[in-house]
Write a protein that binds this ligand. Structure first.
Ligand code: 0RA
Length: 659
């Protein structure tokens, strides 16, 4: 992985001077520390390569020159991205004595130098542009159609194999990049179509009018046609919002979302907002900056909230609605049942925060505030019936909040009064140092029983959860604090709600376990339960996720046995390999047991495969994976939770916990 580029460079860059040494140093930096540029070298980084190239095409679309993008996955897991934009410029740069195309493909950050006056979605989060993809590809081939001609250049680990050359004539324009991720860099090379599709779908909604076609050449139907899907939205974020709410079975309180779309000419900041109210009890604000999901929010979200609160407060006060209802309204009350998408395009975004997904640009806050306030005021003025529906919802929220506070206080008092009395169902461990303690959240009493027998009781505690825990998406807040399983989780964890500064903040000072491991069956029901638990934790105990305390256990799917020898498999491939190993591939001389549930394993099997830190695999849930899963699946998939869990797991950081 760290081969010196110079070593390969000599024959390929013959005749190049000092500049090319700099280029090589740049590319070598990317190959030495790929994670710095694309996040990681696992599933996530692999997919990031595609986003990086697609983002460049999206930039062309935002500049107004591109309307079609085609992404193809090939059987060798190489990927091509083709667009009908202007094509990367191919002319010679007199100073560098190189084609602009070669510079864009080989110099970090070179892309922007040719085309300044547009937003760049590319180069956003980790991005350094397509040159970074080039550096991390064993082979890359680019074709440009421009000025009546077709040009090409090929590279290996970023190094040009020949100067840019003309290979034909064309009356079209556009760019096609075909790359093979480098096997010596990436842990995995297999593209997951679902992950790519959810991003492409999102991009189509965020950039209305752009048609994105995805072709998977690894799969054909009976007629030999490749799998393909088209993502296209005319309605943009409004359609996105309606789809999210309807998939999550949230019913709108107003017939059409309220929509704003404004370009601030002084700063070139573009604001697009769509918002609606529904009959749910939670708030769903999805925010984007240059097509990047800003899960930590930032100035655009702050401006949006401020405008919303101010306009509704002033409207409700003016009409004496709040006075009549005799309730004190707080900021949160204006956002119960709110669903909104805020998408801003900012020329030079400043990203802050733990995951670098929080917008810092101060000027954006005022621009969003003004835009939203103006549209909202006009809407309330012109739609009194809808306005009344929303105000009534706000009043109900305020009343429910008072009830929730009482329930929350009950939770707190209980744990104080009972002197930290632990739930009866908890089988605690003997170790008292939280750093060494683990809590398994296990579905059902029977699996809980097996886990209790199988565990190492010195440091592993078991909390069985009964059946399906409350769906926090659909329940009012006070019901959540009243729910027994949820209360058990708070008490077992030693976590309370409310600090001196914030009555809703999570107090982790007395956290009793540093690893909280969700262990459920690997079937649909188990997935549902794992997802409900995760949704609850994400929405009510996010700091636990942020601080890396949440994990998902990985029970095996198969046991392969021959005589006294016995092995476990987590995937089909592993199952085949084990049969091969134990019996030379003959499935009938071996016994293969398919585990459907944790209950089918005995205590020692469960320990050996799933709980023993020496042999188990755990997946750590990161805040990005939790937020992304929440965003994509509470919504895109509605009640279908199996793919949701699969998504969380594929995005969760792989953690082998002998560390
Ligand atoms: C630099 C300048 C121009 C376009 C591009 C880059 C460009 C890059 C990519 C990457 C994938 N597709 C792309 N399409 C365009 C502007 C060219 C001009 O002014 O004609």
């Amino acid at each position: 992985m760290n081969e010196s580029l110079q070593q390969f460079a000599a024959p390929a860059v013959n005749g190049y001077g000092a500049d090319s040494i700099q280029v090589l140093e740049g590319l070598e930096a990317v190959r030495k520390r790929p994670a710095m540029y694309i996040g990681d070298v696992g599933v996530k980084g692999l997919h990031h390569l595609v986003y990086e190239v697609v983002d460049n095409s999206i930039d062309e679309a935002l500049a107004g020159y591109c309307s079609h993008i085609t992404v193809e996955i090939y059987p060798d897991n190489s990927v091509s991205v083709e667009d009908d934009g202007r094509g990367i410029p191919t002319g010679m740069n007199t100073k560098e004595k190189k084609s602009a195309l070669e510079m864009v493909m080989t110099i970090l950050h070179a892309g922007g130098k040719f085309d300044k006056n547009t937003y760049k979605v590319s180069g956003g989060l980790h991005g350094v542009g397509v040159s970074c993809v080039n550096a991390l590809s064993s082979d890359l081939h680019v074709t440009v159609q421009r000025e009546g001609k077709i040009f090409e250049q090929a590279y290996k680990i970023g190094i040009p194999q020949y100067p840019v050359r003309e290979i034909g004539l064309s009356d079209k324009t556009g760019t096609r990049v075909h790359f093979h991720p480098d096997a010596s860099i990436f842990i995995t090379l297999v593209y997951n179509r679902d992950i790519l599709e959810s991003r492409l779908r999102e991009l189509a909604y965020l950039n209305k009018g752009v048609k994105i076609v995805m072709i998977d050449r690894r799969e054909t139907d009976d007629e030999g046609t490749f799998y393909s899907k088209t993502f296209y939205s005319q309605g943009g974020i409004t359609e996105f919002l309606e789809m999210l709410d309807s998939n999550a079975a949230r019913n709108p309180l107003i017939p059409k979302p309220i929509y704003a779309n404004v370009l601030d000419t002084a700063t070139n900041v573009a604001v697009e907002v769509s918002l609606t109210y529904n009959d749910s009890y939670s708030e769903h604000i999805y925010s984007y900056v240059n097509n990047i999901n800003t899960i930590e929010g930032g100035t655009h979200v702050a401006g949006f909230r401020r405008a919303l609160t101010r306009v509704f407060k002033s409207y409700g006060d003016k009409q004496n609605h709040f006075e009549k209802a005799k309730v004190e309204i707080e900021g949160d009350d204006y956002r119960e049942g709110l669903s909104a998408i805020i998408s801003v395009k900012v020329p030079e975004p400043q990203f802050e925060g733990q995951t670098k997904t929080k917008l810092g640009n101060n000027e954006v806050s005022g621009i969003v505030d003004t835009t939203v306030a103006k549209v909202l005021e006009a809407y309330l003025e012109e739609n009194p019936r809808e306005a009344k529906n929303i105000i009534q919802k706000v009043i109900l929220a305020a009343q429910a909040r008072a009830a929730a506070r009482k329930a929350r206080e009950l939770v707190q008092r209980k744990s104080v009064l009972s002197g930290g009395g632990l739930p009866g169902k908890l089988a605690d461990c003997s170790e008292r140092n939280p750093e060494r303690c683990e809590l398994y959240l296990v579905e059902g009493d029977s699996a809980g029983g097996t886990a209790k027998q199988g565990r190492d009781r010195s440091f592993q505690a078991i909390l069985p959860l009964r059946g399906k825990i409350l769906n926090v998406e659909k329940a009012m807040e006070h019901r959540i604090y009243e729910n027994e399983e949820i209360r058990n989780m708070y008490t077992a964890l030693g976590v309370t709600v409310g600090t001196a500064e914030d009555p809703k903040a999570l107090n982790l000072a007395k956290l009793r376990y540093h690893k909280v491991i969700i262990m459920t069956d690997a079937d649909v029901d188990g997935s549902h339960i794992a997802t409900l638990i995760l949704t609850f934790i994400y929405r009510y105990m996010a700091p636990l996720v942020e601080q890396g305390h949440i994990y998902i256990a990985q029970p095996p799917l198969y046991q392969v046995k021959k005589g006294k020898e016995n092995a476990y498999a987590w995937t089909e491939d592993q199952r085949r390999l084990q049969i091969e190993r134990l019996a030379g591939g003959k499935e009938d001389s071996v016994s293969v047991q398919r585990y459907k549930g944790l209950g089918e394993m005995n205590a020692s099997q469960l320990w050996e495969t799933t709980m023993n830190p020496e042999t188990r695999t755990l997946k750590q849930v990161t805040i990005e994976s939790a937020a992304e899963a929440d965003r994509i699946f509470s919504m895109l998939m509605g009640d279908e939770v199996a793919p949701r869990r699969e998504f969380i797991e594929s995005h969760a950081k792989y953690a082998r916990l002998d560390v």
